[in-house]
Design a protein around this ligand. Structure first.
Ligand code: SF4
Length: 571
């Protein structure tokens, strides 16, 4: 895709607006302090729910070290200790580093001698004043930037121990929280980013994501699971939420008449997604009335609490419970907990779902509300400077509906932009060094944190992704949507298995000795949604410096040999 510069004639007032953005990003943005700074972060009741964990001890197997940490001192009973470490600017012990993840704080040494904070943003939607407030907090307490994650969330980095508590309390002042976003907890709730504004959606996911968010925040017995747990809601909008990569996938579907369930929109229930372990959420045949989603997800989590493995961290996710119990037996246990049977329908009872558009997260798109648009903003591998955060918040407030919507594609949308404000908003976005246009290569280029900030990474994923993008974009004219994902380690935060081309970090041996260089194993042919597929390894031990040329070759081979533009890497 060739990118044309914007060529719109603006009036004097509009020009002044653009000049103001460029000149005064830091000092001239009036939105700081606007809007209410909402109520403090909700906290759960005090009771510690460890009965299910006790069963493991009774079985005689050795608990994982992390389980011992949880039992020794519950993280939510250790806030004074965290405060003491902040007062003395002391890094955490290994045990406390696990504990503080319950507060969303990860000490990431040796990659960086500081904390990373992962927020919770239900359905990925922020108010403009929250984004402004986050930029101010980052400037005062963290590195002056944020990263949009592959779960439509934000991470702040380079937080010294002395700033941790101020940051957590500052988030509360903004009506935000990081509680439970790390360790063995239910993670940030993903939903369709265009919920409520999408012309093709079957269902607005926002109320369901919000209900689940507050439900899990406020029930202490839903923390301290055998392992982390992901839940996502997809309303069948134009931008995929990748719900089938989650432990619990709620996908909106339209049920036909005549199959024993009321016709209309339900959630189809999928279970056990964990693509780092090469599994998508599998259909259960069960459909759930949307208003019962929280109740059903709660029962699923509680059965997982009772049955999950607390002795082997590698086998502690829901997938492994399902593998050993079978879906049917697991769902029987869920239904026993609910006290009722859930509705089941055959596949033919479901209307075909509208398909997502792999470019709908970039550029200008009409909303279902007449005269309004969302604008997908391209971020360089998810990174935003604090100046850009404040400027985007101002654009959202001045020219949109005041909301910023994060996507799992490491970018964001400004919503509610009137037709007559679109050109100005796009120019304002360009003015702050971002873009509303991207080539097919750039639009689907995703990278996890990598070794610049994560100790697990074998390679500098963000840098190498940028190099692949820069090299290939000018040499290969890809005319169809495409995903290239780089992930630093087996945790697979950037989901390399489900992309057309996926690279997982590896130390690549060089010479005869023990020397290694940064590199990757390269996979191809992955997909998601209706094209869900796990990619296959094509290159083992590819040096990072060779990755751009190798990806170029693959792209050219694909373009040369495909039968039609509809043919994906997968086919
Ligand atoms: Fe870190 Fe691995 Fe996740 Fe990348 S995939 S951010 S290296 S844990």
């Amino acid at each position: 895709m060739k990118i044309e510069p914007l060529s719109v004639d603006f009036n004097d007032e509009q020009k002044r607006y653009l000049e103001g953005l460029a000149a005064g990003l830091k000092v001239n943005l009036g939105v700081q302090g606007q809007g209410s700074r909402a109520a403090a972060e909700p906290t759960g009741p005090d009771a510690i729910h460890l009965k299910a964990q006790d069963k493991v001890v009774a079985s005689g197997r050795k608990l994982a070290d992390q389980e011992k940490v949880k039992r020794e001192l519950h993280p939510f009973d250790a806030y004074e200790r965290l405060k003491e470490q902040a007062r003395t600017d002391t890094p955490p012990s290994t045990a406390d580093n696990f504990r503080w993840r319950y507060y969303g704080l990860f000490h990431v040494a040796p990659a960086q001698d500081s904390y990373m904070c992962r927020l919770r943003i239900p359905n990925g939607i922020l108010k403009h004043w929250q984004l402004t407030g986050l930029a101010d907090l980052a400037d005062q307490l963290c590195g002056p930037y944020s990263h949009v994650t592959t779960r439509a969330n934000l991470q702040l980095r380079e937080i010294p121990p002395k700033h941790t508590v101020m940051l957590l309390e500052g988030l509360s002042d903004l009506g935000l929280t990081a509680r439970g976003s790390g360790a063995d907890n239910i993670r940030n709730v993903t939903g369709t980013p265009t919920a409520g504004i999408d012309p093709q959606e079957l269902l607005d996911t926002r109320p369901y994501a919000r209900e689940w968010h507050f439900h899990i925040l406020n029930d202490r017995s839903l923390y301290g699971l055998p392992r982390k747990f992901n839940v996502a809601f997809d309303g069948a909008g134009r931008i995929a939420a990748l719900e089938d990569t989650n432990d619990v996938a709620f996908s909106a579907v339209e049920v036909k008449d005549g199959f024993g369930a009321a016709p209309g929109v339900w959630f189809r229930l999928g279970l056990g997604g964990i693509t780092g372990h090469k599994d998508f959420a599998k259909p259960t045949g069960i459909i759930v009335e949307p208003q019962h989603a929280t109740e059903v997800a709660d029962a699923i989590v509680r059965v997982f609490i009772e049955t999950g493995d607390r002795t082997n961290r590698l086998k502690a996710r829901l997938k492994y419970v399902l593998d050993s119990m079978g879906h049917d037996k697991f769902m029987e246990a869920v239904e026993a907990r609910l006290g009722r049977k859930l509705a089941r329908v055959p596949d033919e009872a479901l209307q075909q779902r509208p398909e997502s558009d792999r470019m709908a997260h970039i550029g200008v798109h009409q909303q279902k509300q007449q005269g309004l648009n969302w604008i997908g903003v391209v971020l360089p591998l998810g990174k935003l400077t604090t100046d850009q955060m404040r400027a985007l918040a101002k654009i959202a407030a001045d020219l949109g509906d005041g909301e910023i919507r994060l996507t799992v594609w490491q970018n964001l949308l400004l919503s509610g932009v009137r037709d007559d404000n679109v050109a100005l908003a796009c120019a304002a976005i360009e003015q702050i060094g971002l873009s509303v246009k991207a080539s097919h290569i750039r639009a689907g280029l995703i990278a996890c944190t990598g070794n610049a900030g994560c100790k697990f990474a074998a390679s500098n994923t963000k840098r190498h992704a940028a190099e692949i993008g820069d090299w290939c974009e000018s040499r290969v004219d890809v005319d169809t949507p495409l995903n290239i994902h780089l992930t630093g380690c087996h945790h697979s935060c950037a989901q390399h298995y489900i992309s057309d081309i996926g690279l997982i970090g590896a130390k690549v041996p060089v010479g005869d000795g023990d020397d290694t260089v940064e590199g990757y194993h390269l996979f191809a042919g992955g997909g998601f949604g209706p094209q869900a597929e796990i990619g296959q390894e094509v290159y083992h031990d590819l040096k990072a410096e060779d990755a751009p040329r190798t990806v170029e070759k693959l792209l050219k081979a694909y373009l040369m040999h495909r039968a039609s533009p509809d043919e994906t890497f997968l086919s």
